[in-house]
Design a protein around this ligand. Structure first.
Ligand code: TMP
Ligand code: MG
Length: 205
């Protein structure tokens, strides 16, 4: 059987990366084949350009950086596909939804933003780690990266509200780390035992 494609989305500081790692560790400790992916993947050529943009060492046109984020996902497609087909579940820390929501929050046209990611793999489930801005700021505030600013994050959150549909699983990220972890495990354990063929039709409807 193929692996599951699980996406975890949310605003910055929602605990996504920590929880994704924990989820992978837990599933691996149960003997399952699971691998973590994170977008942007800052290790590739496009990833290095994205990293330098996020760290504010380079400037770039908003459209150009949007396309780079998308290219960074297309680069990983073959690897993700082959793992899934071999039966490995992949937990993916951010995906095309972040891509659209961050760029739209900056003022780019929403439909334009969707175009470059059309035809990527479609996840089996998207979990949204939901945390209010006040809670996020209580967690020690944001770092120095380009998008870690209150105004932008509030707009990103509104964009997420627009892209999420009834298939998304909202996780209350204000709960304790253990509770959030348990809630995420419940979602993964609830995935259909027969997920059907892998779908490479993101936003093709
Ligand atoms: P990270 O904090 O998860 O490493 O992500 C870096 C930043 O990049 C974060 O503020 C979200 C943003 N982002 C985009 O703007 N477009 C994208 O396609 C992705 C994956 C992330
Ligand atoms: Mg970040």
């Amino acid at each position: 059987m193929r692996g599951y494609f699980v996406v975890v989305e949310g605003c910055d500081r929602s605990g996504k990366s920590t929880q994704c790692e924990r989820l992978v560790d837990r599933l691996q400790s149960q003997g399952k084949a699971v691998q973590l992916f994170k977008f942007p993947d800052r290790t590739t050529q496009t990833g290095k350009m994205i990293d330098s943009y996020l760290k504010q060492s380079t400037q770039m046109d908003d459209h150009a950086i949007h396309l780079l984020f998308s290219a960074n996902r297309w680069e990983a497609l073959a690897h993700m596909k082959s793992l899934l087909e071999q039966g490995t579940t992949i937990i993916v820390d951010r995906y095309a939804f972040s891509g659209v929501c961050f760029s739209a929050a900056k003022g780019l046209d929403f439909e334009w933003c969707r175009q470059p990611d059309i035809g990527l793999l479609t996840p089996d489930v998207v979990m949204f780690l939901d945390l209010s801005m006040d809670e996020a700021e209580k967690r020690g505030g944001f770092g120095d990266e380009r998008y870690e600013k209150r105004d932008l994050q509030l707009r990103v959150r509104q964009e997420f509200n627009k892209v999420m549909d009834s298939t998304w699983k909202t996780i209350d990220a204000s709960k304790s780390r253990d509770e959030v972890h348990d809630d995420m495990m419940t979602v993964v354990e609830g995935l259909s035992p027969n997920p059907g063929p892998l779908r490479q039709d993101l936003w093709m409807d």
